[in-house]
Design a binder for this molecule. Structure first.
Ligand code: NAP
Length: 258
């Protein structure tokens, strides 16, 4: 019997992070999975217990270091979260802001650097980072949201991870859907080519549960090491689509570098 891989999931109260942590915990023979979150109440509500959780803000490297002690892998699923300023007047677009301390520069750049450096100091060997497609386009509308440049900061943190010397897997998801996973064919690409030329005109989207499964498989499959890729899913029931089950073959299509 082999020893389970000790892994920390940050953003574990997030919509994808919670699924990823649950999936890892469903494989106790392979993983000893811990969570990192900032709200004890939210953890209690989502998981019914705070056992196996560490608490802190990604701005606090000491908290991250403590959580990562003894870990071999880190899954980064934190993200700055924009908030609507006020319900828009009829016919008006909603306006967004980032909370104090929660801008993309603070969370998606400095917060991720803190996680990467804390992982390095703890002797972690592999970091799986979930990011977003669209980062090759500085004019992307998400960058203009509350002037946060969120995709620019995320991509800078991805480059930092690649240069860190740690093994990495960077999964840049398309638009996230709250749909069941394991029912679609997954597609991988690079440099937003899937956004520019979506195959058969499909929406460039992917269920959060499928992203969480890609995270789990990335920790298991050597072919996911030192790769960065975009990921989307064909809509369920697409004629001719084959539900993805062979993740080694999927990762074999991906490449190293940003
Ligand atoms: P999410 O639900 O927004 O979760 C974000 C997580 O980050 C939450 O757990 C949040 O904690 C945590 N967090 C934020 N600031 C933090 C801080 N300062 N310290 C510690 N934790 C902090 O995430 P998601 O929608 O599942 O997205 C997962 C990833 O995919 C993100 O990187 C996102 O940008 C990316 N993505 C999203 C889309 C989309 O369509 N939305 C598309 C492509 C990629 P709390 O629970 O306490 O708030």
């Amino acid at each position: 019997m082999t020893t389970p891989l000790s892994v920390l999931v940050t953003g574990a109260t997030g919509r994808t992070g919670a699924i990823a942590l649950q999936k890892l915990r469903q494989r106790p023979e392979q993983f000893l999975a811990k969570g990192f979150a900032r709200s004890e109440a939210k953890v209690q509500e989502l998981f019914g217990t705070t056992d196996g959780f560490y608490f802190g803000d990604v701005g606090d490297r000491d908290r991250l270091t403590a959580a990562l002690a003894g870990c071999q892998a880190l899954v980064i699923l934190t993200s700055a979260v924009p908030q609507m300023k006020a319900p828009p007047e009829p016919g008006q677009r909603p306006e967004f802001t980032y909370p104090a301390g929660g801008t993309p520069e603070q969370v998606d750049y400095h917060g991720q650097i803190n996680q990467i450096e804390a992982a390095k100091a703890a002797g972690v060997s592999h970091v799986v980072l979930v990011g977003s497609m669209g980062g090759t386009n500085e004019q992307h509308p998400l960058n203009r949201m509350a002037n946060g440049n969120i995709l620019i900061w995320k991509r800078r943190a991805e480059a930092y991870l690649i240069d860190s010397g740690l093994d990495y897997t960077i999964i840049r998801a398309g638009g996230l859907q709250d749909q069941p996973g394991g029912k679609r064919e997954l597609l991988v690409g690079k440099d937003d080519a899937l956004l520019a030329n979506p195959p058969e005109g499909i929406a460039t989207a992917i269920p959060r549960a499928d992203v969480a499964e890609v995270v789990v498989q990335a920790l298991l499959q050597p072919a996911a090491r030192n790769k960065a890729f975009d990921a989307i899913a064909k809509p369920e029931g697409t004629p001719g689509a084959l539900v993805t089950t062979d993740f080694a073959a999927l990762f074999a299509q991906t490449t190293p570098g940003l």
